[in-house]
Design a protein. Sequence first.
Length: 134
Amino acid sequence: QSKLFGDIIRKLPNADVTVSLSQAQMTLKYNKPRNQGTNIGHEWSLSAYIDDEKVNDKGGTYTFNVDETIEFYCYAYEADNSPDVGDNTVYYTVTDEDLINGFTVEVEVYVTEDRGKNAGEQAYFVYTFEFTPA
């Protein structure tokens, strides 16, 4: 059962019931798989931030409000003699349906090899943030 909190409005008995949810606690399931179609790089540092707060690889719990815009920033850093870096930012605005049903945000990050035999080739990562009501 969800631990939803916020404004709940009920009409008279025997009438339609309207529920308005303004805030909810959400549980994050976080995944950052690499597209296995490329062999670019092998030592990667992958990080993600939600509203400037580093995301724990094991997920966590977040509280969101309806109409809140969330910033998802992700980057991939290849740790070698000539490091390559890729990053991307995605913004998502929370709806009341999201607080009830949950929501998923994906952030794609491409890293282009800038030197050597694989110059111009890309590594591709998809960071997936899956939120469900806590």
